[in-house]
Each structure stands twice: as C-alpha cells, then as structure tokens.
Design a protein around this ligand. Structure first.
Ligand code: CDP
Length: 231
C-alpha cells in the first residue's frame, strides 16, 4: 500500500521555529521542504544589493517601477554536507546573507507588495503541485495551499522567540543585541498581521501549537502524530 502524499502548511509568527518543524516533518516523511520566507528574503537582498531600498521610508511606487522580478531567479539546492537546502539568488548561494538582521529589517516591507506576493505565490504553488510537500510561511494555509490536508499554526511567546533567534545569530558571529532582535520580531509580526495583501492570520482549520515550553523533540512528535492521522 502506498501512503497518500499530502500537502502540509506551517504558518505562524516570526522566528517561532516553523522551519525547524517543517524540515523535521519533511525528513521524517521523505517530503519536499520549501521555506517560503527565504524567497521573500532573497527578493529583499536583491533590492538592497541594487540600492532599491536603504531606509524604512521606502516608496512603494518606486519599487513597483524599479524592482524587476524577471531579473530574479530563486532556487533551492540541497547541500550534502549540511544536509539541508541552501537558497540561491541568480546562481549565488545567499543562505547566510538572507538571514542577516539587515535583510530581516526590510523583508516585511518587501513582502507587503502585491506584485511580489503574486509572483512568489505562483512559484510556490508550482513547487507544490504534486503534493508530498511541507511549506512554511505566513499565508501558506490561507492563500498558497488553501486545500492543504494539514495546516499547523505555530506560535510562542515573543521574548522566547527573540531569545532563540538571538542565540542563533550570535552563534553565527553576527553582532546583534537582544533588544534589536525583539524589536525586529515585534515589528515584523505587526506588519505581517496587518498588511492588506494576505495578512498572517490563523486559518480556521489550522491546528495551533504554542511551543514556548516544548523541546524540539516534543513539538516534532505532536506534528508527526498530526500528519499520520491525515495519511
Ligand atoms: O524565519 P522567520 O520566521 O524569522 O521569517 P521567515 O519565515 O524567513 O520570513 C521572513 C519574512 O517574509 C516574514 O516576516 C514576512 O514578512 C515574509 N513572509 C511572507 O510575507 N509570507 C510568507 N509566506 C513567508 C514569509
């Protein structure tokens, strides 16, 4: 008997461990994993590199004219050494740069733009057309795959999320302060939840997991059981 290859959407607040959970599910069930946030981050990096944004007062109409999405190719390639996918922007591995605080500070502004979202959503739907996929983001269960068999909404207390991201960036050698990270998460959550285009909202049929007090193993176990119920 072959098991069904379902579609799994993992949405939730900034830095609550969506990608850790989504990757664990993908590995456990041999599914494809797509980090939709990495795509918005790659577009943001392109805009920074091409001097299209340098302040929070970015003008949407300027970006609409100057940000040519046809010049941006985003790929994911599996890195055998790291046992995970790296994000590529126009043929260059940008996995580290897209996680920087600079990109984090602008990404929610880029992700608000309707033309950017339309293009990313179309690409994401193409990647998931055959099922057997776990995708994490903000609008996966509501807009990208509204018919996903399983929708998880992950969250955690903001101070706990900030502490986890702070430790991650410090371990990579980034010079950041806890307060800077906390401000970034709070601002992104606000922009992501209140924007007009596909805001971050909890889909009615999503299962909520608050992982503030869970270990990674505990949250993975809960999610694996949810997936198994759908197969
Ligand atoms: O890893 P973290 O939760 O910090 O963020 P991410 O998943 O890498 O996403 C970065 C940003 O991209 C978010 O704050 C959103 O502004 C945007 N995003 C989005 O609008 N829609 C998605 N499906 C995924 C990310």
């Amino acid at each position: 008997m072959t098991l069904k290859k379902i579609t799994i959407a993992v949405d939730g607040h900034s830095s609550c461990g969506k990608s850790t959970l989504a990757k664990a599910i993908a590995t456990h069930f041999a599914y494809k994993y797509i980090d939709s946030g990495a795509m918005y981050r790659a577009v943001t990096l392109y805009a920074i590199q091409n001097q299209l944004i340098d302040s929070k007062d970015i003008k949407k109409d300027i970006l609409e004219n100057d940000l040519n999405l046809n010049k941006i190719i985003i790929d994911f390639k599996y890195n055998e050494t790291k046992k995970k996918s790296d994000t590529y922007l126009n043929g260059h591995c940008v996995e580290n740069e897209i996680r920087s605080i600079e990109v984090s500070n602008f990404v929610s502004l880029i992700a608000e733009l309707k033309f950017v979202r339309q293009k990313m959503v179309a690409l994401q739907q193409g990647m998931g057309k055959d099922g057997g996929i776990v995708m994490d983001g903000r609008d996966i269960g509501t807009v990208v795959f509204p018919n996903a068999e399983l929708k998880i909404f992950l969250t955690a207390q903001v101070e706990i999320r900030a502490e986890r991201r702070f430790k991650e960036l410090i371990a990579k050698g980034d010079q950041v302060s806890f307060q800077e990270i906390l401000n970034n998460l709070t601002t992104r959550d606000r922009i992501d939840s209140t924007r007009e285009e596909s805001p971050l909202i909890q889909s009615k049929d999503a299962v909520v997991i608050d992982n503030s007090r869970y270990t990674i193993e505990e949250q993975n176990l809960i999610a694996f059981q949810l997936v198994e119920k759908c197969l």
